[in-house]
Design a protein around this ligand. Structure first.
Ligand SMILES: Cc1ncc(COP(=O)(O)O)c(C=O)c1O
Length: 400
């Protein structure tokens, strides 16, 4: 019998080598207690959270928690069914209405995760004989959506407007075309030139889908994302998002003004053939989304945090993913996996949690320490974080 697991041998070996060096497993951290959106107890120690995507700090919002508890009491712990059978409760409709109001769009469809939203929408609207033109650094859920639908995949160089145009012009006349972009790219924290890219896509007859997972709630006047900030949200055909970041719970969605959008509820397999989100989850999401509509002060504070951390890390001598802060993600580039893991552990020992990211998730084979800021990090905490980076950086030889 051939062992189907033998294909994983290279990664098993890499992992063993890393752990044999004595470093704590960076992909297996347990949070023993979570005290707030910015502090948890890890290894018995108070730890500042800087790697959670909890951008707007909604996870402990008292209104959000109360809504979840009420729904749990009134509707039970789960729906035990698909949206098209017994899985649509008033709460699902309410969260879809909250999304329509948040984005000022005609249609909203909620999925069980953001991963499934990309999987479902992309694979359903772009099938065999259609073309999907996508940024090469797209999230795994976008690639998996492309693969599931069997469309022709045409990747282009990250954020390169000319490359996108060239690829579009090479597609046979009359073929269905979908351009897939992200507002914020989560590895380096850089944003896309959506204005130019959407214009080029439209000029070449393509529909456009933008994944705003890392910008919802924070970027744009109303927190609708990079498409809003760049003034072209009305030209985007589909926006994909998630409840697992700024919204502070779990779930995914697509919003659109396409007149035929609702048919997706019958033809989109990752929507039809899976159980719907529990009532408590959709109640927390709806409450959170409505509160995010009115969060300009928090958005402003998050920008302050992002600018302060970016400037401070640069001053300490770290190499960062972007020259200027473009989002709430700040990536610190590490020379290699060993140094990255050592620095990750040194930060944890200092009392700071960040994400260690490595290929295939990262572009160009990079090892990154990814920091994601929260609107509830205080100025004092950002100061503490910089102090911890200075100490860990010197201890590991990353900075002088
Ligand atoms: C760009 C992007 N899209 C989609 C997702 C999937 O979101 P979810 O966690 O809701 O599955 C992520 C998650 O990290 C993401 O970064």
């Amino acid at each position: 019998m051939s062992d189907l697991f033998s294909k994983f041998d290279p990664i098993i070996e890499l992992r063993s080598e890393l752990l044999e060096s004595g470093v704590t497993d960076p992909f297996n951290l347990v949070m023993e207690k979570v005290e707030s959106p910015t502090v948890a107890i890890c290894n018995g120690r108070r730890t500042i959270l800087l790697g959670t995507y909890n951008y707007m700090g909604m996870t402990f919002d008292p209104d959000v928690i109360a809504a979840g508890k009420k729904a749990l009491d009134e509707f039970g712990s789960g729906t035990t069914g698909s949206r098209v059978l017994n899985g649509t409760y008033v709460g699902h409709r309410a969260v879809e209405q909250a999304l329509k109001d948040f984005y000022a769009m005609d249609h909203a469809m909620v999925f069980s995760t953001g991963y499934q939203a990309n999987l479902g929408v992309i694979s359903t609207i772009a099938g065999k004989d259609d073309y999907i033109v996508l940024d090469i650094d797209s999230h795994a859920s976008i690639y998996d959506g492309c693969a599931l639908g069997n469309a022709q995949i045409v990747p282009f160089r990250h954020n390169d407007i000319e490359a996108l145009e060239k690829r579009l012009k090479r597609i046979p006349e009359g073929a269905g075309k979908l351009v897939v972009l992200e507002g914020v790219y989560s590895m380096l924290g850089d944003i896309a030139p959506l204005k130019e890219m959407v214009a080029v896509s439209k000029a070449n007859g393509a529909m456009v889908l933008v994944d705003e997972a890392h910008s919802m709630g924070f970027i744009g006047e109303h927190g609708r994302g990079v498409a809003e900030a760049q003034g072209i949200i009305d030209d985007v055909d589909f926006i994909i998002g998630t409840f697992s970041k700024s919204v502070g719970t779990v779930g995914g969605f697509c919003v659109s003004n396409h007149p035929k959008f609702e048919i997706l509820r019958l033809v989109c397999r990752p929507y039809v053939f899976t159980a719907s989100l529990p009532p408590s989850v959709v109640a927390t999401a709806a409450t959170s989304i409505r509160k995010l509509m009115d969060s300009a002060d928090k958005r402003a504070h998050l920008w302050e945090n992002s600018k302060r951390l970016h400037a401070g890390l640069r001053q300490l001598g770290f190499t960062l993913g972007t020259d200027e802060p473009q989002s709430a993600i700040i990536a610190v580039i590490m020379p290699d996996l060993e140094t990255g893991a050592a620095m990750w552990e040194a930060l944890l020992d200092e009392g700071l949690y960040v994400n260690l990211a490595r290929p295939p998730a990262t572009p160009a084979g990079m090892t990154l320490l990814r920091c994601s800021l929260c609107a509830l990090h205080s100025e004092e905490q950002v100061g503490e974080i910089l102090g911890m980076f200075a100490a860990a950086g010197r201890a590991t030889g990353c900075i002088d």
